[in-house]
Design a protein around this ligand. Structure first.
Ligand SMILES: [Zn+2]
Length: 272
């Protein structure tokens, strides 16, 4: 079996602020990065011991250059680098037996959940009227390729949000959110133990975990949190402006939906 790990940092044990996981290096970035790497290593080791043969790890946070990749087991292939059209699902295809969403975070607009956003905190997205976050999108893309999401880790709010669309996915809670910028954290060493145990359980039970299915045409709603940024979205021909300031798009596949989400994220973060 081949395993694909999307590794994000917001949901890693101990992380409570975007300062410690991005931008210019801060004293606590090194600690967050070390824990991030250790969590990926724990999942790789647990998976390999449970019979997985190949592991692809996608460094999915920020500039994609966070993992201390020399620490990973030698069987792993590492995908890293800046934001691109296929970020988070590069080279993912039907040959993979499972997807892991490590260090995931809550959706844009969540009142509780650490550092909530969906690519940007200026936009909220809905598919068929249901709010979606980065983890939903990646799980749905994988689902389109018949790849089940076997494990998700992050704060309790993220795991709770995931349980609606991914009811059979195993969740590992790393901390309990106290609003959006504080948490009660499980000891980082204990999180490594949990991840290793739970990935082994997930790999053994992979046959019972259904990939999420969605039938095209897929309806996407884009809701700008600030109406002024919606102005830029009027430039996109296939986006329909709604009277309430939101936009609607109909896609023929989840990859097409992701292309639109990534495109509008970049467009609305561009400085005019
Ligand atoms: Zn991130």
């Amino acid at each position: 079996m081949k395993l694909y790990i999307v590794a994000d940092m917001e949901g890693v044990a101990g992380v409570v602020s975007s300062d410690e996981i991005g931008g210019p290096p801060t004293w606590d970035f090194e600690q967050a990065r070390r824990q991030f790497t250790s969590e990926v290593v724990a999942v790789c080791q647990g998976a390999l011991e449970a019979g997985v043969e190949e592991v692809y790890v996608n460094d999915f946070h920020g500039n994609g250059r966070n993992l201390m990749y020399d620490q990973l087991p030698s069987q792993t292939m590492i995908i890293r680098g800046g934001f691109r059209r296929t970020s988070g699902f590069d080279l993912l295809d039907r040959s993979f037996g499972g997807l892991v969403l490590l260090g995931a975070h809550a959706r844009s607009g969540s009142a509780i959940g650490l550092i909530p956003h969906t690519y940007s905190n200026k936009l909220q997205f809905e598919i068929f009227g249901q709010p979606v976050g980065e983890f939903d999108l990646l799980a749905l893309i994988a689902g389109e390729m018949k790849v089940p999401t076997i494990l998700i880790s992050g704060d309790d709010k993220t795991v709770e949000q995931a349980s609606t669309n991914l009811p059979s996915t195993i969740g590992v809670v790393t901390k309990w959110a106290l609003g959006t910028r504080g948490a009660m954290c499980i000891h980082p060493g204990q999180v490594l133990v949990l991840l290793k145990e739970e990935i082994a359980r997930a790999v053994k039970n992979v046959a019972s975990i259904e990939p999420p299915a969605i039938t095209p045409p897929i309806n996407l709603t884009i809701k700008p949190t600030d109406l002024s940024i919606g102005e830029n979205l009027n430039w996109i021909p296939r986006l329909k402006a709604l009277p309430n300031g939101s936009f609607e798009f109909v896609g023929e596949s989840m990859v097409e939906i992701a292309n639109m989400i990534y495109g509008v994220t970049l467009l609305t973060s561009a400085k005019a």
